[in-house]
Design a protein around this ligand. Structure first.
Ligand code: PHE
Length: 337
């Protein structure tokens, strides 16, 4: 009879199934909406009433059996597929023919080193967008419309109000808008300026640091910078502040370190002065705190921005910033130890 025919055809076919794909097709063929067994169930109306119960029971029994067989076969196929993949995709880890290993880029090395150090002092590491709005890059940071930093020559504009960030400082404002003090964060990342020569690149890297809390002083800033400098360039490195100007810090300082090449005696690297300028810093301007919704009578803070290429150039004695971006392996290989 019809049921037995279907059953034996099914058994022959399922035995031949080699892949999960074939199994799925078979399932549709028998149990799908217009499958054979489904059709059989539908034909129940053509059967004499007294035979219906036993016919129905048989069809249902077959359906259960099929479902069980599909499940078992599916498990078996999955297992053998895994065995096959383990066999075929095996990698011989003992292979010794690897000729050159990659290495971290010197800028990445400096970034990692500084971020690790800052993390150990309780700073959180954040990353911000490289495409910024005029608001966060300038206005929130108290940079007025006529400030030279806004000059088309320095800034890559995308539209009138969207640009490639010229520094990592916008993250100061982005964070202070969201988070209440105490704040201790560093933000590493790419920055962009329309400038190019041996010491300037249109894209380079900075790390921004921001601390906002009660009773922060320039001494906290100096102590932190001394700690970083001694870590990067050796214990005897001294830190010097010179008065400077940034719209978003007040007072602002330019920070010099004793030249790591001559130890402060004077050489060609430091142009005979014994000092090398490494970063800009200052106490967060109260206007910036207020712009971001922080009460400047209660809280204050410091911020600094380090140029990573500059640090790497001093630390590794690299004479030209363009070497960082040429991907010359003879250059890159020297750092990956
Ligand atoms: N954003 C400044 C620059 O790129 C550096 C800086 C950061 C200065 C934080 C003061 C405070 O030149």
């Amino acid at each position: 009879m019809r049921i037995d025919e279907i059953k034996s055809a099914f058994e022959t076919e399922i035995a031949k199934c080699q892949t999960l794909q074939e199994l799925q097709e078979l399932k549709v063929k028998y149990l799908g909406k217009s499958g054979e067994l489904t059709a059989l169930l539908k034909s129940i109306k053509d059967i004499p009433a007294e035979e219906r119960p036993s016919f129905g029971a048989k069809v249902n029994a077959l359906r259960n059996e099929m479902e069980q067989q599909f499940a078992e076969k599916s498990e078996a196929l999955k297992a053998s597929d895994m065995q096959r993949r383990l066999r075929e995709e095996k990698v011989d880890v003992s292979l010794t023919s690897c000729k050159s290993l990659g290495a971290l880029h010197p800028v990445t090395l400096i970034e990692n080193e500084i971020c690790e150090l800052m993390t150990s002092m309780g700073f959180e590491v954040l990353r911000g967008p490289e495409i910024e709005t005029d608001y966060y890059n300038f206005k929130a940071l108290n940079i007025p419309d006529d400030h030279p930093a806004r000059d088309m020559q320095d800034t890559f504009y995308i539209t009138d109000s969207i640009l490639l960030r010229t520094h990592t400082s916008p993250m100061q404002a982005r964070l202070m808008e969201k988070k209440k003090p105490p704040i201790k964060m560093v933000c590493p990342g790419k920055v962009f300026r329309s400038d190019s020569d041996a010491s300037h690149s249109p894209v380079f890297h900075q790390i921004e640091a921001l601390v906002v809390d009660k009773n922060i002083t320039l001494c906290d800033l100096k102590g932190t910078l001394e700690y970083i400098a001694s870590h990067l360039f050796g214990k005897d490195t001294k830190v010097r502040f010179r008065p400077s100007f940034f719209p978003f810090t007040e007072p602002s300082v330019e920070v010099d370190l004793t030249c790591s090449n001559c130890g402060g005696k004077g050489c060609s690297l430091c142009k005979g002065t014994g000092w090398i300028e490494v970063l800009g810093a200052g106490m967060v301007n109260p206007f910036v705190l207020e712009n971001c919704g922080i009460d400047s009578k209660k809280y204050n803070g410091y911020a600094f921005g380090i140029g990573l290429e500059r640090i790497a150039m001093i630390k590794y004695g690299i004479p030209d910033i363009r070497l960082f971006y040429e991907n010359d392996q003879r250059f890159l290989k020297q750092f990956g130890k």
